[in-house]
Design a protein around this ligand. Structure first.
Ligand code: GDP
Ligand code: IMO
Ligand code: MG
Length: 466
């Protein structure tokens, strides 16, 4: 909120001489509005179960930002960006801003980094002529070690039918070590002695588990350290005090985009636990995972798919297991970027959108993939759930409630037109506009941008965000 000169004047102690009050009010009003204007950190998050189109949105907004920062997750993410020349890129670990020349990209302290994947992704980008010189790595980011990947895979196998369907990238075990305070961080790569001690200590316990519980081979600490040190030689120059640098950039008046991965319902606190990832993709995680204080965040943009998808196990109230679901999968190309798995598909769920608006403090929605819905006679929107005979409008409090939730649908009339060339809200068929307006009404936040295709230009911007 920006207070005007008049408001400040009335707020200052009335016993102060009027000329002194006026002077102070001018200073406060001008500094505050300068701060508002010059210090925007913007958070971009997934509002559903991931794969909403965050990569495209980040790439688009990246044109207006000087910094793009990933704040959580790791290479479990798969963000697709299609450039105006038609080239498409799948990014897992590196922020989507890497494709915009001039943007400084940061892998923040909240991210978990697999050094091998980092090098592979860098090499892949460089091979295609992308300048990667502006990528910084937080000294506090945790490293995914080979034992994290091994443990992720064996625990999933051990869980059998109860498995979460993780991406098998070692994400959960790495965050476990972080919370247990036995993790290995980027900065440890700068001190071989400390690195060795930490890896040996971690493997002392983990090898017992791998061998005795899971009947696997023990992992050799020496080998892990040698490999990671060799890898680090190629990226150690990027390790940096990113918290300081990002905040200095904000003070200089630069714009910082905090790029979330996964989505609200995969959040370890706010998602469909235990079928979640092990970090906080919600907007609250952006501060912790980047070192940008919440007072510096001016907007939270929720990326929301015009229908719903999910990869992996767990409840999904509007899931379609029939031909309609198969059609959405086909029309929307709903196959995982990271694991290639088929995504589960379902109708738009407004209970989820309302929940996402609330837990993230969403200021604007970027509604993606509206084009995929063309050609349907009617489009159901889930407006509430029936939970054991009771109508509920908000996300059930318990996991059992979510498992029992049966969607209550409202039918919206569909449209037949191809939307991929629409560039203004008015270009859209009346029924598509009504669909968006109903989503706004039900979700409690305005839809400021609409995606009508994977390309950067296939976007309708209705309101300026941030
Ligand atoms: P992310 O993980 O949130 O970045 O999303 P993914 O990249 O995993 O999945 C989104 C997919 O939808 C990608 O293939 C994008 O190219 C594509 N996409 C994004 N926005 C749109 C859109 O508005 N319309 C269509 N048809 N495809 C889109
Ligand atoms: P983006 O950023 C969709 C899912 C996995 C699994 C659960 C836990 O592309 O939206 P993990 O490997 O994180 O321990 O797996 O989370 N998952 C995603 N689903 N999009 C993602 O990322 C995901 N990242 C993890 O399928 O159900
Ligand atoms: Mg994805």
């Amino acid at each position: 909120m920006v207070l005007t000169f008049r408001s400040w004047f009335t707020l200052i102690d009335r016993h102060t001489p009027w000329w002194e009050r006026a002077k102070r009010a001018v200073t406060l009003a001008t500094t505050q509005s300068r701060l508002e204007f010059h210090m925007p950190a913007i958070v971009l998050i997934g509002a559903q179960w991931g794969d909403e189109g965050k990569g495209k949105a980040t790439d688009l907004l990246g044109e207006q930002a000087q910094w793009v920062v990933r704040y959580q997750g790791g290479n479990n993410a798969g963000h697709t960006v299609v450039l105006p020349d038609g080239q498409d890129f799948a990014l897992h670990l590196i922020p989507s801003g890497i494709l915009t020349p001039g943007v400084t990209n940061v892998i923040g302290n909240g991210v978990v980094v697999d050094p091998g994947v980092l090098l592979e992704e860098l090499a892949g980008l460089e091979e295609r002529g992308v300048d990667t010189s502006r990528l910084l790595l937080s000294a506090d980011a945790h490293l995914i070690m080979p034992y994290h990947v091994a443990i992720d895979r064996v625990t999933e196998r051990y869980l059998g039918k109860k498995q979460i369907g993780t991406t098998g990238r070692g994400i959960g075990p790495c965050y476990q070590d972080k919370i247990a305070r036995v993790g290995v961080r980027m900065q440890d790569l700068l001190d071989e002695k400390i690195l060795r001690q930490k890896v040996e200590a971690a493997l002392d316990i983990k090898n017992q588990i791998l061998v005795k519980v899971y009947n696997r081979r023990a992992i050799d600490a020496e080998e892990v350290v040698d490999t990671v040190l060799e890898q680090a030689e190629k990226f150690a120059n990027r390790i940096s005090d990113t918290k300081l640098k990002i905040n200095q950039a904000l003070e200089r008046g630069e714009t910082v985009l905090l790029e979330g991965s996964q989505g609200t319902l995969l959040d370890v606190d706010h998602g469909t636990y235990p079928f979640v990832t092990s970090s906080n993709p919600t907007s609250g995680g952006a501060s912790a995972g980047s070192g940008v204080g919440p007072t510096k965040i001016s907007a939270v943009i929720g990326i929301l798919k015009a229908y719903t998808t999910r990869v992996g196990a767990g409840p999904f109230p509007t899931e379609l297991t029939d031909e309609a679901g198969e059609n959405l999968r086909k029309q929307g190309g709903e196959f995982g970027v990271t694991t290639g798995r088929s995504r589960r598909t379902g109708w738009f769920d407004a209970v989820i959108a309302r929940y996402a608006t609330r837990v993230n403090g969403i200021t604007d929605y970027f509604l993606t993939k509206l084009d995929v819905l063309s050609g349907l006679e009617t489009i159901p929107i889930c407006v509430a759930y029936d939970v054991d005979g009771e109508r509920v409008e908000e996300m059930p409090m318990t996991q059992t409630g979510v498992h029992h939730a049966v969607p209550v649908y409202e039918e919206m009339p569909g449209w037949w037109e191809d939307l991929s060339d629409c560039r203004t809200f008015e270009d859209l068929p009346a029924n598509a506009r009504a669909y968006i307006e109903r989503i706004e009404e039900l979700s409690g936040a305005r839809v400021s941008a609409i995606g009508v295709g994977p390309g950067r230009d296939q976007t309708i911007v209705r309101h300026t965000m941030a």
